[in-house]
Write a protein that binds this ligand. Sequence first.
Ligand SMILES: NC(=O)c1ccc[n+]([C@@H]2O[C@H](COP(=O)([O-])OP(=O)(O)OC[C@H]3O[C@@H](n4cnc5c(N)ncnc54)[C@H](O)[C@@H]3O)[C@@H](O)[C@H]2O)c1
Ligand SMILES: [Zn+2]
Length: 359
Amino acid sequence: MSKKINIKTKSQNYKIVIGTNILKRLNKLIDLNDNILNIIIIDSNVWKFHKKYINKALNFNNLKIINIKSSENKKSLKSYNELIEKILKLKPTRQTKIIIVGGGVLCDLGGFVASTILRGLSLTLVPTTLLAQADSAIGGKNGINSIYGKNFVGTFYQPELVLIDPIFLNSLSKRELKSGYSEIVKHALIRNKVYFYWLKKNFKKIIKLKRPYISEAIFKSVKIKSNFVIADEREMLKNSNSRALLNFGHTVGHALESINNYNKNLNHGEAISAGMIIESRISAKIGLLSNKNLKDIEDHFKDAGLKTKFNNLNHNRLMKYIVRDKKNNNNMIKFIALIDIGKSKISKNFTTEDFKNLL
Ligand SMILES: NC(=O)c1ccc[n+]([C@@H]2O[C@H](COP(=O)([O-])OP(=O)(O)OC[C@H]3O[C@@H](n4cnc5c(N)ncnc54)[C@H](O)[C@@H]3O)[C@@H](O)[C@H]2O)c1
Ligand SMILES: [Zn+2]
């Protein structure tokens, strides 16, 4: 059985389909014409574990496969250029469809490539990590990193289809599952109290990929993110529907990733877990979040084994990156504050000095 969510934005209407063992339906969901070159870009780890499944499900003529070994430093201009050249060598046309099968890194890099190559080719995302299935493949943001900050180069580019098949998660490490679970908790914290307490009760089953809990969690998270995207595709709003609320934990989290040079010892989910704890504490410190709520959040992060601490933090270096956050203007700092579990808002402006004191 599969579930569908329709996304309607100014630029594109499309479907997100979630269901176990549904990769074989790809050809019915998008028209893969045998006479036209189509290109599938696959994370090499996914290929290693799921080659048989993918080959069986996608047995078409004229489908060329490009394998890529993923890591955060693949979100670079160098890898972007290499991928563009590999694709152009295959002689794509405006009808060529690009299908990405991989985690958040490949979806971000491949989405950016698809949006710019030949001024934009049809893009289908088949996310394979929990983080990408529950969060990053939804919403049409893509991009690569710069020495000036994370995701500083990219486009808004909606796909033609997002196909979420939880079968891929079977080969994912516990550490990567927890990384994805961090974004799931984020959705609950910013938008839905009932969801947070449901997660608190069922997180063990989710991380163990027990059905139907895992599919339920992905569906609930995708639904929350989709509603933000439908209301505010380009992050222009400042109210309670603002897409910016999805950046809870990311002001500090992205800065942590940057000062760590996107090194493997801190993945995205771990950075934003620590970021969410720090930003929850700041929310409590400035009187927006009650201590009881803060305790419930901290307890859950501890129970679920999410990262809450970051040792030897150099506050001056951290501030350097926080100031560069895309949400800021004129060196004033904003972050996403929690006012309750399930309720968030864009904070007021802080001076660098005030924010540093709060940290
Ligand atoms: N565009 C957005 O809206 C958005 C939102 C959140 C995060 N992101 C980005 O997502 C990225 C992180 O994504 P990620 O955590 O998926 O990292 P990732 O893509 O690097 O995947 C993590 C690891 O898992 C491996 N892998 C992927 N699928 C697998 C599978 N099914 N089985 C076994 N191994 C598998 C990969 O090879 C990699 O080693 C970050 O760059 C972050 O900035 C983007
Ligand atoms: Zn994130």
